[in-house]
Design a protein. Structure first.
Length: 304
């Protein structure tokens, strides 16, 4: 009567808060997910949650199954790891590079969890390398690259992690602070603060400014997000960052955030890996952990 997919679906429904977002997380259409849940409720003879509530309110039966899911699913995952070790597939190396200055909020908990469960796999983030990460991945100098800018490379696979929205951070008193969204032309007279990387690798240029043929009046760089926020809050410029990177500053009423374009500017973050390691149990587990951690700690991200 009960299957693991049912338990995973209920966890997704609880964490996502709606049928639409839960369906995205378990890679089903909303119709298919609704049918699965209705079928389960009919077999159990009891409703599992209240319809048209947000966040979802679970019945006593639903809460009991959620408790079961929290108990069973971690054990299943642990058993899968043990079986991989018994099959002799535990050895590996995970040297990675990160083309994302604001990724550590979710990446470090992912790495800590992975190290605890795969102690046999050597994990490292090499520093001081003077090469392009993606070609280095293809040459086996690296094993994984976190990137939002995939390049067609032989033998390299791009695993989507999640989608995120880029927002423009402005000072509370800025002329654009009360706008719902802006056009590229609105940045023509602004100082744009960016991380010190090539413009082609920044979404605000590749997806927003360059297609419109617009350049900001001035470009200023800063190494750290907190430095960028200090500059923005003091009216020395504006900057475009992922929605999750701005969450704490918006909650503290430190800056304002404005959408880039009427429909918003959305991008996908990928884990680039070599095809040969794609099916390794430890790599599959790292990628799954990365997704789960992202949705647990980041606000405003969506399944890719």
């Amino acid at each position: 009567m009960l299957e693991l997919r049912h338990l995973r679906t209920l966890i997704a429904l609880r964490d996502a808060g709606s049928l639409v977002e839960a369906a995205e997380r378990v890679h089903l259409t909303q119709s298919a997910l609704s049918h699965q849940l209705k079928d389960l409720e009919e077999r159990l003879g009891s409703p599992l949650f209240l319809r048209k509530t947000r966040p979802v309110e679970f019945t006593r039966a639903g809460q009991r199954l959620l408790a079961l899911a929290e108990q069973i699913l971690p054990q299943v995952r642990m058993a899968e790891r043990d079986l991989a070790r018994l099959a002799g597939n535990e050895q590996g190396r995970l040297h990675m590079a990160i083309e994302c200055h604001s990724c550590f909020q979710w990446l470090m908990p992912t790495i800590d969890y992975f190290r605890d469960h795969w102690p046999e796999v050597e994990v490292d983030i090499p520093g001081g390398h003077h090469f392009d990460p993606l070609p280095a991945l293809a040459r086996e100098q690296l094993d994984l690259v976190i990137t939002a800018d995939p390049q067609p490379l032989s033998g390299v696979h791009y695993e989507p992690l999640f989608r995120y929205q880029g927002l423009l951070a402005v000072a509370k008193q800025h002329r654009l602070a009360d706008r719902a969204w802006i056009t590229p032309e609105d940045l023509a007279d602004e100082t744009l603060i960016t991380y010190p990387v090539e413009h082609a690798r920044l979404d605000v240029f590749s997806q927003f400014l360059d297609p419109a043929g617009v350049e900001p009046r001035e470009i200023r760089t800063a190494e750290l997000t907190i430095m960028m926020m200090q500059l923005v809050a003091s009216g020395r410029g504006v900057c475009a960052l992922p929605n999750w990177a701005l969450t704490e500053y918006l909650e503290r009423d430190y800056v304002r955030a404005v959408m880039l374009g009427e429909d918003g500017m959305w991008s996908t973050l990928f884990a680039a890996i070599r095809e040969e390691t794609r099916d390794a149990p430890w790599m599959e587990d790292f990628l799954r952990t990365a997704r789960e951690t992202s949705f647990a700690v980041l606000e405003g991200v969506k399944p890719a």
